[in-house]
Design a protein around this ligand. Structure first.
Ligand code: SF4
Length: 369
C-alpha cells in the first residue's frame, strides 16, 4: 500500500499563487458530520463553478474528469480563451485540487486497486478500480441496510456522499487506469442517497463522458425508488440485490431493506428495465447453508419467471468476524445450471481484488481519524 497524490496534473500549476492556501485535507472548515455539506465553502470540483463562468467551468470540469491536462491551450482550442485572472484562479484551484484525498492504496495481484479516500470531514470511503475498465464507487459513509454478510453495513451509516464526492472517485480511478464503466456498488445503499447518485450519473455522463448505459446502480430496491429513477433525466442500468427470493428470510438477511414485497419490487425493477431497454441484473450472493438450497433456487426461478433480466451469482467473499462462507464450486455450477434450465440467463461473478479486501461486500466503514 502507498499514500498517493491526488492533485490533478496541470500545466497551470506553476502560475502565480496569490490565493489563500487551504489545509491539505481541508480540516479547518470541517463542521458537523450531518448533511448538507454543500452549505460549506465549495471545494474540489464544485469550487470551479465559483471561479470561472459557465462554459469555461464546464470545460475545466470535463478536462479534470477525463484525466486530461487542463492547459490554457485546451481552452484556446475550445474557443474559450482564459483571461489572465481566470488562469490564476484556476491555477490556485489546482493548488488544492480535488476535495477528496487518496489516503491509502492497496493493489491486488489481479491488478485491482482499492483506494481509501479521505473526505473533507476526515471520514473515509473506499473505491475500487478494476483492470476491466470499471470503477466501483461508494455512495455513503457506511450503510444503513445492514446486510448480515457485508462489511460495509457493520456499523450503520454516518452520512451521504455529495455529488462531487461520488464523481471524484471516478477521477481518482482514472488517474490509475483506463475507466469507461461505473458501478454504484461500493459502500452505501444508492437509493438512500438517490438524488446525489442520480446527480452523479448526470455529471459522470457530461463531464467524465461515460454514458448512463455504462453506469449501473445497485440497490436492494423499493417500488418508489424505481418509479423515481424512471422519471429522472438520466437513467442508469439497474442491478437489484435479491440474495433470497423469500420475503421473510430476506428481511432477516437484509434487515433494513425496504419492506415492499419482493414480487412488487421485481415487477417495478422489470418495468424500469423495459423503460430503459436494458435487462435488469439480479444480484444473488451465494451463502452456503443460507440461500443455496434447492428450494431457494426454485423460489428464485419462480420470482423471476417472465422477467427480462439475468441473475448474477456473486461468490461470497469472506469478511473477518462474519459467519458466512461460499458454497463449493461444484454447488455453484449446479445452481447456475438449474437456473439456466428454467430459461433464465445466469452468470457467476468472481469478484476482483479479494486479496486487497476490495471485493464485493468487503468494503468497510472505518472511524474518522
Ligand atoms: S450489501 Fe450493499 S446494501 Fe447491504 S449492507 Fe452492504 S453496502 Fe449496504
Amino acid at each position: 500500500m502507498a499514500a498517493a497524490s491526488t492533485r490533478p496534473q496541470t500545466g497551470l500549476s506553476n502560475a502565480p499563487q496569490n490565493g489563500s492556501k487551504r489545509d491539505e485535507r481541508g480540516r479547518a472548515a470541517v463542521g458537523s458530520a450531518s448533511l448538507p455539506l454543500c452549505a460549506e465553502e465549495p471545494r474540489g470540483l464544485a469550487a470551479i463553478d465559483h471561479l470561472l463562468p459557465l462554459p469555461k467551468a464546464q470545460l475545466a470540469r470535463r478536462l479534470v474528469a477525463t484525466g486530461r491536462e487542463p492547459t490554457a491551450a485546451e481552452f484556446d482550442r475550445a474557443g474559450l480563451t482564459l483571461a489572465a485572472a481566470e488562469r490564476e484562479a484556476l491555477a490556485r484551484w489546482f493548488e488544492g485540487g480535488l476535495e477528496t484525498r487518496v489516503r491509502e492504496r492497496f493493489r491486488a495481484a489481479d491488478g485491482t486497486v482499492k483506494l481509501r479516500l479521505a473526505l473533507r470531514d476526515d471520514r473515509e470511503v473506499e473505491t475500487v478500480a478494476m483492470p476491466i475498465g470499471a470503477v466501483c464507487v461508494s455512495t455513503q459513509v457506511g450503510c444503513a441496510v445492514g446486510c448480515r454478510f457485508c462489511a460495509s453495513g457493520l456499523f450503520g451509516v454516518e452520512r451521504n456522499l455529495t455529488v462531487d464526492e461520488i464523481v471524484e472517485q471516478v477521477v481518482h480511478a482514472r488517474a490509475l487506469m483506463r475507466i469507461d464503466r461505473v458501478v454504484f456498488m461500493g459502500m452505501g445503499e444508492p437509493s438512500h442517497n438517490l438524488e446525489a447518485v442520480l446527480g452523479a450519473v448526470q455529471r459522470i455522463k457530461h463531464e467524465a463522458l461515460i454514458s448512463p448505459r455504462r453506469q449501473t446502480l445497485s440497490t436492494v430496491g423499493a417500488v418508489k425508488v424505481f418509479e423515481r429513477m424512471a422519471a429522472a433525466p438520466v437513467r442508469p442500468c439497474l442491478a437489484l440485490s435479491l440474495h433470497l427470493a423469500d420475503d421473510t428470510r430476506r428481511r432477516e438477511l437484509l434487515p433494513r431493506a425496504h419492506k415492499d414485497d419482493l414480487a412488487d419490487i421485481v415487477a417495478a425493477a422489470d418495468a424500469y428495465g423495459r423503460a430503459i431497454r436494458t435487462p435488469v441484473q439480479f444480484e444473488y450472493t451465494l451463502l452456503a447453508g443460507v440461500n443455496d438450497g434447492d428450494d431457494d433456487v426454485e423460489a428464485l426461478c419462480e420470482l423471476l419467471r417472465g422477467v427480462r433480466g439475468y441473475v448474477n451469482f456473486i461468490v461470497y467473499n469472506p469478511v473477518a468476524g462474519l459467519p458466512f462462507a461460499a458454497p463449493s464450486r461444484e454447488r455453484i455450477v449446479e445452481i447456475v445450471r438449474r437456473v439456466k434450465r428454467r430459461d433464465i440467463l445466469a452468470t457467476i461473478r468472481d469478484s476482483s481484488g479479494i486479496d486487497a479486501q476490495a471485493a464485493c461486500g468487503q468494503l468497510r466503514l472505518t472511524a474518522p481519524r
